[in-house]
Design a protein around this ligand. Structure first.
Ligand code: HEC
Ligand code: HEC
Ligand code: HEC
Ligand code: HEC
Ligand code: HEC
Length: 405
């Protein structure tokens, strides 16, 4: 018995290690979110404002520059890197891996019009993570190795079959199928990509799944409850499918609002200040069920400390909470090229971080302000990012304390 289960185990491990991503071609009628507009206008407009719609390299400067930098440093062709990153950023790509022969052709400039070149430049993937990514997932392979994500973790439905949260939906345009990961257990869908993001050297710089499980308590909210908003009553489709009427359903927002939306940062963390002798104790509390910063490496929390004597500013000091990554010879680099990660500076899920800063002599009060920045100074300068958006300070919260001597 035991012997057989060991053999079975080995067989299944091997299957999961060697399973390659399967490609299902999406029919032109479903490729583009524009073709969903006639019946799902609200949802398409919400999604268009989300960062899922910007996950293609043409639409996100930070992603594009990281990709090019990664290509230069690893001496892999840009197209091969595009295919690699597409695993999660453009999962409907028609080529899922490249080989040595392709690298040789690329170096010699002979890859124009090749299968890989066509796949990378296909307009069918220009929308990034669009409707036919999430709603064409038929199975999520939980048993696969944790490093397998995106394309490598899912099985697609046949083209034209949409997976959705309703058991009784009917549509004149497409087939529908119900799955629990669209309804009861949607975190599973998010963890297809928002987990186990790793560098070329295997350093994991994002793992929202283990962060979330660590902070797990009874009644913990699902990702969609915060990033797709509360359920509300509206039609899922304006098409009059049911006796000349559209059904009123419980729906959510497809904006996937997150770190790029300034207003989302307000009160995302809490601050508590106290004085202990000659120190100010700054307690930063994270009520969210995942670390902050999280998601992507190189995000930053700026802690700004201002000492005043009545109305006069005596001293201003800024501390930075961010994760740093290094490559060979301890040179700073981007998360995707890391061979080592410095100390984790993020505030743990449903946890806190405590900083101590010495009281400035003569000050009668201290004010601490927290801001969030999408990309820290180190990585902004490595990649020479141009848009101001990456350096913008997004206000989180502020506290003041009177000081005693
Ligand atoms: C990142 C994944 C993701 C993408 C991309 C996405 N959806 Fe959804 N969609 C979901 C999830 C999850 C739900 C279920 C939400 C719930 O009810 O908890 C959902 C629900 C729906 C529903 C049911 C009604 C509702 O609003 O809850 C429809 C219809 C729908 N999506 C259509 C679309 C269309 C059209 C697009 C493209 C513009 C799209 N979705 C893009 C994940 C996604
Ligand atoms: C001609 C109208 C029409 C078009 C075009 C259309 N749909 Fe739908 N869709 C519907 C109707 C009707 C429903 C069912 C609504 C309900 O039951 O409340 C539906 C339901 C859905 C659902 C939820 C299914 C479930 O079981 O929960 C998803 C997801 C969805 N559509 C995705 C899409 C996507 C993606 C596109 C574009 C590629 C698209 N639809 C184009 C009419 C349409
Ligand atoms: C197919 C992979 C994939 C799936 C599935 C997926 N995401 Fe994403 N998500 C991404 C990528 C890639 C980005 C970053 C796009 C960019 O910034 O260019 C992103 C961005 C986001 C953002 C914006 C973060 C920010 O920094 O502003 C939020 C919020 C988010 N996703 C939530 C979700 C939730 C909730 C689910 C599950 C319902 C989900 N995602 C499913 C890949 C995915
Ligand atoms: C209780 C509400 C809540 C839940 C549940 C939640 N988040 Fe968040 N999340 C936040 C807040 C608040 C922020 C910070 C502001 C913002 O980006 O929206 C955030 C930030 C993020 C970011 C950007 C992180 C960064 O530091 O750049 C991503 C990506 C994200 N969440 C994805 C997820 C995923 C995936 C899940 C499910 C495992 C999830 N969230 C569950 C509230 C929540
Ligand atoms: C395992 C899935 C996965 C793979 C593979 C992946 N990414 Fe991502 N990436 C994500 C997710 C999820 C996010 C969103 C996290 C967030 O915004 O907090 C993201 C966000 C990013 C961002 C931040 C974008 C922004 O607007 O802030 C950059 C840059 C990035 N990825 C670069 C890359 C590069 C370069 C590659 C290929 C070498 C790659 N990624 C491969 C999942 C992946």
């Amino acid at each position: 018995m035991r012997f057989f289960s060991i053999v079975l185990l080995i067989v299944s491990i091997n299957l999961s290690l060697f399973a390659t991503a399967e490609v299902v071609k999406v029919d032109e009628r479903f490729q583009d979110s524009q073709s969903c507009k006639a019946c799902h206008l609200r949802i398409v407009s919400e999604w268009e404002n989300s960062w899922h719609s910007k996950s293609h390299f043409e639409k996100d400067e930070y992603f594009r520059e990281s990709l090019k930098y990664y290509s230069r440093k690893t001496r892999k062709s840009v197209n091969a890197v595009k295919v690699e990153c597409a695993t999660c950023h453009n999962p409907r790509i028609s080529v899922t891996s490249t080989d040595e022969d392709y690298e040789i052709a690329a170096v010699m400039g002979l890859d124009k019009g090749s299968e890989v070149d066509n796949a990378v430049n296909d307009t069918a993937i220009s929308e990034g993570i669009n409707c036919v990514v999430c709603h064409n997932i038929d199975k999520i392979h939980d048993s696969y190795d944790a490093s397998k994500r995106g394309i490598n973790r899912v099985k697609w439905t046949e083209s034209g079959t949409m997976t959705g949260p309703y058991k009784d939906a009917k549509s004149p345009y497409h087939k529908v199928v119900h799955h629990a990961f669209m309804d009861k257990n949607p975190n599973k869908l998010c963890f297809v990509c928002h987990a186990n993001d790793r560098s070329a050297k295997g350093i994991i710089f994002t793992d929202m799944e283990s962060e979330y499980n660590r902070g797990k308590k009874k009644g913990i909210k699902n990702c969609v409850e915060c990033h797709m908003g509360a359920k509300r009553k509206d039609v899922a489709s304006t098409y009059k499918m049911y006796n000349g009427k559209a059904k009123i359903r419980k729906v959510r927002d497809h904006g996937f609002k997150g770190a790029h939306i300034s207003s989302m940062w307000k009160d995302a963390l809490k601050l508590k200040l106290s004085q202990k002798g000659s120190n100010v104790v700054v307690k930063i509390i994270n009520p969210q069920p995942h670390n902050i910063p999280s998601g992507f490496g190189s995000r930053e929390i700026e802690v700004n400390v201002v000492y005043k004597k009545r109305d006069k500013i005596l001293k201003e000091q800024t501390l930075s909470l961010t994760n740093h990554y290094v490559r060979k010879r301890n040179k700073p680099t981007i998360p995707h090229l890391a061979i080592k990660k410095a100390k984790d500076m993020s505030i743990p899920a449903e946890g806190k971080k405590v900083l101590r800063v010495p009281v400035f002599e003569g000050a009668t009060s201290v004010t601490v302000t927290l801001n969030y920045i999408l990309v820290n100074e180190e990585v902004r300068s490595i990649l020479k990012l141009k848009s101001d958006n990456w350096a913008k300070k997004n206000y989180i919260t502020k506290e003041s304390l009177g000081l005693k001597f």
